[in-house]
Write a protein that binds this ligand. Sequence first.
Ligand SMILES: CC(C)(COP(=O)(O)OP(=O)(O)OC[C@H]1O[C@@H](n2cnc3c(N)ncnc32)[C@H](O)[C@@H]1OP(=O)(O)O)[C@@H](O)C(=O)NCCC(=O)NCCS
Length: 142
Amino acid sequence: MGLAPLAGRQDDATTARRCNSGECYVATLKDTTHPRGERVVGIILFHEEEPDQGPPWFQQPHVDSFSQFAVDTNLQGRGIGQALLDTVERRARECGSTELALSMADPDTALKNFYLKRGYRFVEFWKWPYTNYTSAILSKTL
Ligand SMILES: CC(C)(COP(=O)(O)OP(=O)(O)OC[C@H]1O[C@@H](n2cnc3c(N)ncnc32)[C@H](O)[C@@H]1OP(=O)(O)O)[C@@H](O)C(=O)NCCC(=O)NCCS
């Protein structure tokens, strides 16, 4: 689609910095060929501390957010993404938030439909300084 989200092109140091700024949850798969005996096949980052100015919706005290959400291309469509979303929605409730929000590339209508089916709604547009598209901010009332 010609979209260039930060998470799709950042280096390992940026991934590590972002993961350490919030709560990072991963889905793993047993893999005997891997040195650790398992490999990461999904990731989601809850409550990232964003150094750049974020969208106004994110600034509200009752709103929490997640980012850096992805599942291994070969394992998509098996419920791993839903399980990761379950985790951050539970964590947001535990933290006392009543809204959980995310930022996504507005032109990605298929992805937007995925979130709409899951109970998220559009709240505002936002332009991050490092992306080549306008983002849609979606939010779900918990
Ligand atoms: C979005 C993403 C994390 C979902 O993970 P997943 O493990 O494939 O999700 P699930 O298997 O739990 O999804 C189940 C449902 O969502 C649908 N779905 C998943 N990703 C979709 C997408 N990008 N577009 C449209 N539908 C999608 C599946 O078809 C399935 O629908 P069904 O239950 O009606 O059959 C994964 O598609 C992905 O890594 N995408 C690329 C990165 C990305 O866009 N991340 C979001 C950034 S905001």
